[in-house]
Design a protein around this ligand. Sequence first.
Ligand SMILES: *Cc1c(COP(=O)(O)O)cnc(C)c1O
Length: 439
Amino acid sequence: MHLYGTQEVNETGHLTIGGVDTIDLAKTYGTPLFVYDLALIRKRARGFIETFKQLGVKAEVAYASKAFACVGIYQLAQEEHLSLDVVSGGELFTALQAKFPAERIHFHGNNKSYTELELAFDSKIGCIVVDNFYEIQLLKEISERKQQHMRILLRVTPGVEAHTHDFITTGQADSKFGFDLNNGQADQAFDEVKDHEYLELLGLHCHIGSQIFETDGFSLAAEKLMNKIGEWKEQSNFECSVLNLGGGYGIRYTEEDHPLEPQDYVSEMIKTVQALAEQLRLAMPEIWIEPGRSLVGDAGTSLYTVGSHKNVPNIREYIAVDGGMSDNIRPALYDAKYEAVIANRASHNKTNTYTVAGKLCESGDKLIVDAPLQQAEPGDVLAIFCTGAYGYSMASNYNRIPRPAVVFVEDGQHQLAIQRESYENIVQNDLPLSLKKSE
Ligand SMILES: *Cc1c(COP(=O)(O)O)cnc(C)c1O
């Protein structure tokens, strides 16, 4: 069995995380429950930051917080000297609530509203990653009206296809994100912003996909961006100070995944950029990266309580848990695969094969198909590994199921980071019918 971070199996055969017994956590906080191993998140963050330091390259490592956003994780990101990517007014508001330093917040999105952009100006965030021509127009309007400067990057699509699941690839030309690098749109965007009084163009951004296991895609993208920067330097004497190469570093969900260490991704892309800077006689830009999944993904574990069983003779045996696609949509959305363990019997052999079903009213609500597991009984605690990214952050109230609680664990301590939703929370925005029935 593959254990992540600080996970261990204790003398009573229970899975522990951060020195805390998961069965105790399930009793204390209830299930479903997300448990985050803070030591592992810190280790991943330091892995990225240290690599840049060792190679002597100026950098910002921005946590792409759509992977998992809440006040507590933003405070941890600040403690670890990360910068922050937000993609909505809601994430920005959360970051401000967490007192995250505004100058290290970067704002993304393909349809930022006027109100969201105003909030970004008013809170004086560090950078807006500009996605499209409409946004350029809004930014000009707002910055001129407020007479306020804003640092920007242009998001481009370099036409690099990362080898990953189709649904989560964003680098190719047919993308809703960014200015196309090859058809003249990026050049037009450059012309529109380069001499603006209040918009300060730092450089270019790209994000070529997610759950990527090779460095080739990043290097190829870096090359295309650097070549464009070289053109602009020649034509307009543009000095690029920042090259943002996005996130997308893969993690291990199952034994089929073989991720590289943060160091490997980073040093490979730095080498490429340094070589190109030299070749094109450009100053070495600061490198910004945006890991999301690779910072928090394997640090999160979901705990569920096992309920009903159903045996379909000669086909498969189901066990159902007290959550499902409402707290983890990834299996239904991306056909994502996970590994699991019966947390109160973690030292036993995996003698059974169960399909883990959720409790939502959808046949597709299966968290794991044909999972090798220990014998499971009602009341057992099932732990699904590696649910830290795009789990809670994509949770919904489908079937009016309250969202789970989230706890942080570290060094034998535990704390609630997000409370479990109550039924009262579920109805709090509902209003009674007030329109009169027509006779
Ligand atoms: C989602 C996203 C990321 C993070 O991707 P991961 O695969 O979680 O590392 C980074 N940058 C941008 C622009 C994104 O949209």
